[in-house]
Design a protein around this ligand. Structure first.
Ligand SMILES: [Mn+2]
Length: 332
């Protein structure tokens, strides 16, 4: 951040009074906590923050405080918008479809993101995009820039966001700044044990979901001499189970754990699209590159993409992903 950008961030918060905070169509823990944290910061400045997300926040995030403020209705009026944890247009399809992009376009818009893609939201007026393990960490940086004081709940939210995107401070993108920030927050009263306990409570699954997990595990397939594992989740299962638990998240970590596996991919088949979630093991930095090849994005060890249309054959898609994977590890 150079001086001009820092000043632009300060002006953005001082000159506007009513903000809409926007999450992408696939909100995760970090997206939710960064949105809620920046919302609380705005309110601490005696200004108004509306929370918008086009989809319902998943049940597995229900332990995160404050989320009842997130609405799928766009506020009638606002001065400026803030987009958190995303900067790629493809992640805002619902917003685009409902023509809400037009409402954002005429006004100042701050993007806060830690993904590696270049921001293609052409209406963004300030792009605060940096390498960091989570967007929540960048929210903490912004609070420093504008001199806002954070209360305990806001610090807890930021901590949850960092822990969630860094998989508990062990992902490769976890830097000392993230650890230091959390250390400071612990001094200020944040309890990691309390936050982890809350998270674990909501991770408990119903017996039906455990049974379904067994089915998914049974359907895992192995390719490329066991280096790539895939699972396919059809639409009827998405409909039945998604509300309680994201089917891919139910098995993808276990898929990655199998001996010999470098890359795990979970495909979900929707009526009008196929989505893929990718996870790779330490040292196999391929996920972002594979996802980008198919129009998606993410991080070296975790990414996703989406293919629109009804006619994509998942087996053909699997083959293409494997070809790309083999090409990338050969290049390495
Ligand atoms: Mn994130």
């Amino acid at each position: 951040m150079n001086k001009t950008q820092t000043q632009a961030v300060k002006d953005f918060f001082s000159k506007n009074n009513t903000f809409v905070i926007v999450q992408a169509d696939n909100p995760d823990g970090d997206s939710l906590t960064s949105a809620l944290a920046i919302g609380r910061i705005i309110e601490s400045l005696d200004k108004t923050a509306y929370q918008f997300c086009s989809v319902k926040i998943a049940d597995y995030l229900s332990y995160i405080d404050d989320q009842s403020t997130v609405s799928s209705q766009f506020p009638p009026d606002f001065d400026a918008s803030i987009i958190v944890d995303a900067s790629a247009k493809v992640l805002f399809e619902n917003l685009e479809k409902s023509r809400k992009f037009g409402l954002l376009a005429g006004k100042p818009c701050l993007v806060i993101d830690h993904h590696s893609n270049e921001c293609d939201l052409e209406f963004a007026t300030i792009v605060y995009q940096k390498t960091a393990v989570s967007a929540s960490q960048l929210v903490a940086e912004i609070s420093k820039i504008i001199g806002a004081k954070l209360d305990l709940t806001t610090k807890e939210l930021i901590t949850i966001g960092i822990l969630s995107d860094s998989l508990g401070l062990v992902s490769e993108a976890t830097d000392s700044a993230a650890v230091r920030l959390i250390a400071d927050y612990i001094d200020d009263g944040v309890s990691l044990a309390k936050l982890d306990n809350l998270r674990r409570e909501t991770y408990r699954k119903s017996p039906e979901i455990i049974k379904y997990k067994a089915k998914l595990l049974d359907r895992i397939e192995y390719w490329a001499d066991g280096q790539v594992s895939t699972v396919v989740i059809p639409w009827n299962e998405i409909q039945t189970y998604s509300n309680e638990y994201n089917p891919s998240m139910l098995v993808i970590e276990e898929m990655r754990q199998a001996i010999g596996v470098n890359l795990a991919v979970a495909f979900k088949i929707y009526p009008d699209r196929i989505t893929a979630k990718l996870r790779s093991n330490y040292g196999i930095r391929v996920c972002d590159k594979i996802a980008e090849k198919f129009g998606g994005g993410g991080h070296p060890y975790a990414s996703g993409f989406k293919i629109k249309g009804r006619n994509t054959d998942v087996k053909e898609l699997t083959d293409k992903v494997i070809v790309e994977y083999l090409r990338l590890i050969k290049d390495d």
